[in-house]
Design a protein around this ligand. Structure first.
Ligand code: ADP
Ligand code: ZN
Length: 703
């Protein structure tokens, strides 16, 4: 049996497994069922693709979106794997050919849509020899999410039909309900759950709060321009906004398109294709965009407004940096949008859940502690250290002792019997004279006005933070009244110390507002090479009719600029280069790298070129021949190099005896500038070059 690790290297070009990949593969090879939870870009595909290559028969991969199937199949074929997808849009003869290949060992992976699966389960599917079934996007079996696919519930029947082979279900959706549904509804056979960390350390997290529209436009335009032709997605709240932003960007010389569900299917497919093929770098889109896109080189994602919930936010930023290369995600929000989002959320069903999710999202945006910790905590994962790759970590806020402040607020909540909203609480603390306060007699509370030394915004900032760190909770089912948590009680009654961040509206706006025109910094030669490699990749992508990242990922190209591979072995050592890609593209990329190096080699003087050949132990005649010059000239080079102090072994070029004879003659006929009299006095037995060389040594000996 083939070894998983060597398949990883030879076919996919990777040296080592990530996270749980190896255990998952082994588990499947042991014929056992598994549920695999991994974030987007975590490397789920390899978990079933490698067993597929090791097993004798066909691996069936159930996948809900044609574009996803197409992408994976293209990637596999580029790596020399026999893979194909089958869906309802194919003709009978195409299907027959696929079936023929499947039955005759000419196919390793068969991708199938759930509809086609259901249609074929009782008929042709039974004829195919199957070793493994992989269920991609397995959360589609859950009715909880938005992606529910009724056909996925039929997989249960398939499990019964193929009782003796392993089934593996994979998803990037990790919430508890979905997890439970997958285990329950797919009918898997005592599946083992493999759950990887959902952390994506290569994604930089940034949040920009309450920035005036004009500054926001400028910041975004500057940012995208600094990204040059890198691919990125801008998520907007409404269809109209996608169009407006695309126009703004185009007016600033940025090639941008818009995308939303209002476009007709052809238009949508075109925009998607242009993006995937690196023809259009920027798409302004509603969240409808991205679902079926596996593009690995999305370098940035911007949200122009607060997303509706953390799940959506994480999924959307997750579309950046699947290749593991550093990528930037940036979220803009302002209170006006939040009010509007709250309005949306409070209409229709499930308002409480929607509002609570929106509120968690807002808390994340307003947080003054490491964002990644909050994000991962939301998904049930604990990060023990600050991440260093979010705006808060990079620009930490100042802290103040918040114990007294918090006690004032908590005690005010207590005295109102936990029946006030955050806004009313602030009014009480500040001693405001409003109808709401007088109607409830809050002006008679002991705590009325005890926080009048701080302004409204400062209190608002502190109370938000008190929510974030868990001192108070919001009762969504009780008119958003504030409740004191057990932790809050400790601070109030047991004098537990806490820290709060100083209120400083400016600190989140990391970028300077002043307009200083910077000279564009020239690209390093490494960046120049990277751009050349990208151009070559694009050319090959067009020729092969695949997206550029299918040829090589950005990560592979980047490694090439560092390693500068010269031969097949070195090229194979690049991560992401397997045998097939070496064969298909190695020559082109290595030639390009070589030309680039030649063009960038510092110009050598004619003496230095001779020196290089001397170091290779070439004789004077050989050098003269190689450089197409007289041997006298080569001797003069050697003399010059010797004069300049290069370590030249003179005896290699003129013997001690010759030196003695020349020295003799010189002492007889006296100092001379011309070489001819010496040459003649030696009866022409020692050539000019050697004479010049000897004179040079004598010269230096005298100094
Ligand atoms: P997912 O399906 O989980 O979103 P993919 O399977 O598409 O992720 O993998 C994301 C990227 O990571 C791909 O470019 C893939 O080739 C790469 N990758 C997967 N496993 C490894 C590995 N062991 N080493 C290096 N890169 C890997
Ligand atoms: Zn951080």
């Amino acid at each position: 049996m083939k070894n998983a690790k060597s398949v990883l290297k030879q076919v996919f070009g990777y040296d080592s497994f990530r996270a749980d990949q190896e255990q998952i593969i082994q588990h499947i090879l042991d014929n056992k069922d598994a549920i695999v939870l991994m974030p987007t870009g975590g490397g789920k595909s390899i978990c079933f693709q490698i067993p597929a290559l090791i097993f004798d028969d066909v691996t069936l991969v159930i996948s809900p979106l044609i574009s996803l199937m197409k992408d994976q199949v293209e990637n596999l074929i580029a790596n020399g794997v026999k893979a194909v997808f089958i869906n309802s849009s194919q003709s009978e003869s195409q299907k027959n050919e696929i079936l023929y290949n499947a039955k005759n060992g000419k196919l390793k992976l068969l991708y199938i849509s759930p509809e086609t699966l259901v249609a074929g389960m009782q008929t042709w599917l039974q004829e195919i020899p199957i070793s493994l079934v992989a269920i991609d996007e397995a959360h589609c079996v859950s009715m909880w999410g938005h992606d529910f696919r009724p056909e996925y519930t039929m997989i249960r029947e398939l499990r019964k039909q193929f009782a003796s082979i392993p089934f593996v279900a994979l998803t990037a959706t990790a919430d508890k309900l979905t997890k439970k549904d997958i285990a329950l509804h797919l009918g898997l056979n005592e599946p083992t759950l493999f759950s990887s960390s959902f952390d994506r350390p290569n994604l930089a997290l940034e949040v920009m709060g309450n920035i005036p529209k004009k500054d926001k436009v400028k910041q975004i335009v500057d940012f995208i321009q600094s990204q040059e032709d890198n691919s990125g997605i801008m998520y907007c709240l409404s269809r109209k906004e996608t169009e407006d932003w695309a126009t703004i960007l185009r007016n600033n010389g940025i090639a941008a398109e818009h995308y939303h569900a209002g476009l007709n299917p052809d238009e949508r497919a075109k925009v998607q294709e242009d993006f995937v093929k690196d023809d259009v770098p920027v798409i302004c889109a509603t969240i409808a965009f991205g679902m079926g896109i596996d593009k690995s080189n999305v370098r940035w994602v911007i949200h122009t407004n607060l997303p509706k919930n953390m799940e959506g936010y994480y999924q959307e930023i997750g579309r950046a940096g699947r290749d593991g290369m550093p990528s930037i995600t940036r979220l803009y929000y302002n209170y006006k949008d939040v009010v509007m989002l709250k309005d949306f959320a409070s209409q229709g069903e499930q308002q409480e859940i929607l509002l609570e999710k929106l509120d968690r999202m807002l808390q994340y945006a307003e947080a003054s502690t490491c964002r990644r910790r909050i994000l991962l905590a939301y998904f049930g994962e604990e990060l023990t250290e600050n991440c260093g790759n979010c705006d808060v970590c990079k620009n930490p806020p100042a802290y103040v002792d918040g114990t007294i402040l918090a006690q004032k607020a908590l005690s005010a909540i207590k005295r109102t019997e936990e029946k006030v909203t955050a806004n009313l609480l602030i009014d009480i603390l500040r001693g405001a004279k409003t109808a709401a306060i007088y109607n409830s007699n809050f002006h008679q509370l002991k705590t009325y006005g005890i926080g009048s030394d701080l302004n409204w915004n400062t209190w608002s900032h502190h109370i938000t933070e008190m929510k974030n760190i868990g001192l108070i909770e919001v009762a969504y089912d009780e008119h958003m009244h504030l409740k004191i948590s057990p932790y809050g009680n400790k601070v109030l009654f047991e004098n537990e110390k806490i820290q709060l961040t100083a209120f400083n509206r400016e600190y989140k706006v990391a970028e300077p507002k002043t307009k200083t025109k910077k000279e564009p910094t020239p690209l390093s030669t490494q960046e120049v090479l990277f751009n050349k490699l990208k151009l070559l990749r694009r050319k090959l992508a067009v020729e092969n009719n695949v997206p550029p990242y299918v040829i090589f990922t950005d990560a592979s190209l980047h490694e090439m600029t560092l390693e500068l591979p010269k031969n097949s072995d070195e090229f194979l050592a690049i991560s992401g280069v397997g045998i097939q890609k070496l064969e298909n593209y190695g020559r082109d990329f290595m030639d390009l790298i070589k030309t680039h190096l030649d063009d960038n080699r510092p110009k050598l003087t004619t003496y230095e070129e001779t020196l290089i050949l001397l170091k290779e132990n070439k004789t004077v005649d050989e050098i003269a021949q190689a450089r197409n010059m007289q041997s006298t000239t080569v001797y003069s080079h050697i003399a010059k190099l010797f004069q300049e102090g290069y370590p030249i072994e003179i005896e290699n070029f003129v013997s001690q005896e010759e030196i003695n004879r020349i020295t003799q003659i010189v002492s007889e006929i006296g100092e001379t500038v011309a070489l001819k009299p010496i040459f003649e006095a030696l009866n022409g037995e020692i050539d000019y070059g050697k004479i010049r060389l000897t004179l040079t040594i004598l010269d230096r000996a005298e100094v």
